[in-house]
Design a protein around this ligand. Structure first.
Ligand code: NAD
Length: 271
């Protein structure tokens, strides 16, 4: 699928993988990119994307990806400029790590991972990416209807592609009961949308990054990275966000690839 002249939506674009994806799409000729993030930094990243591309390509949108009104307003704004977005990479994500059950040996009481925290992680990492993807599929479906097109035919050009961001933690990871659940569920979403959205010419894949050099991973602290992450990574270094972005570009562009794609630098989980 061609990037030139298309519109894209990237959430979590103020940092890490989302930022690298926005830069990759701009470098490959995408015409407009909605950079979505709750962080103020999204404005500066938008300016940096424009500067690197040498043209006005970025449209920053600041807000919470879990807010449906914000999501609809972002798509309305992008659609007013031309055709609906063709690419969606909902990369905004959070970790809220903690043991599922932790016994206090002093009191003999066992604390359970907080229900509200579990729900927030699911809201940001699972429900929000699904609904940003569904919004794009819906806009494409409506646009096709307006153009008098019904079921997409293989002789037509592709209408769009979605890449959901899983994780190596989707296989389970100590201390990540909520994060692992949210990332594992995306595989089921990708499989379902793959079979449904192709009706409108839209593909959906999931990429599973390993430990990537972003603020999310740096927050784990240098000791954990040195002792627990790098020894289990064949490359013996963190993955660069640009390496994940390149893999996402491959999934978006090549219609024969359906994913899932593991971009994990040879990560082996602890036994
Ligand atoms: N870094 C890794 O090793 C790694 C590995 C596997 C998967 N991932 C996934 O990749 C994605 C990007 O992670 P990253 O490492 O670049 O993290 P990051 O913390 O650098 O960036 C995440 C961005 O999401 C934004 N965000 C978080 N919650 C939001 C909300 N409710 N509304 C709007 N924006 C919100 C943050 O402001 C931030 O800019 C996440 O889905 C993460 O789970 C990361």
């Amino acid at each position: 699928m061609r990037f030139h002249g298309k519109t894209a939506v990237v959430t979590g674009a103020a940092s890490g993988i989302g930022e690298a994806v926005a830069q990759m799409l701009a470098a490959n000729g995408v015409e407009r990119i909605g950079l979505v993030d709750s962080a103020e930094r999204v404005e500066a990243v938008a300016r940096a994307v424009d500067a690197a591309a040498g043209r006005t390509v970025a449209r920053p949108f600041r807000g919470d990806v879990c807010d449906p009104a914000f999501r609809i307003a972002c798509f309305d704004s992008l659609c007013q400029e031309g055709s609906p977005p063709s690419f969606c990479v909902p990369a905004a994500g959070i970790t809220r790590d903690g043991l599922a059950v932790k016994l206090d040996k002093g009191t003999g009481r066992a604390a359970i991972y907080p229900r509200e925290t579990f729900q927030r992680v699911l809201d940001v990492n699972l429900t929000a990416p699904v609904y940003w993807a569904l919004e794009m599929i819906a806009r494409i479906a409506e646009d096709r209807h307006r153009r008098g097109l019904s079921r997409w035919e293989p002789t037509e050009p592709s209408e769009g592609a979605i890449v959901l961001i899983g994780s190596v933690s989707s296989r389970g990871n100590r201390g990540q009961v909520s994060y692992s659940a949210s990332k594992a569920a995306l595989a089921g979403v990708a499989a379902t949308l793959s079979s449904e959205a192709i009706h409108y010419g839209v593909r959906c894949a999931v990429v599973h990054p390993g430990f990537t050099d972003t603020p999310m991973v740096r927050a784990m602290g240098p000791r954990i990275l040195e002792e627990q992450v790098l020894p289990r990574t064949q490359l013996r270094r963190l993955i660069r966000p640009e390496e994940i972005a390149e893999a996402i570009g491959f999934l978006l562009a090549n219609p024969a690839v359906s994913g899932p794609l593991w971009v994990d630098a040879g990560w082996q989980p602890a036994p």
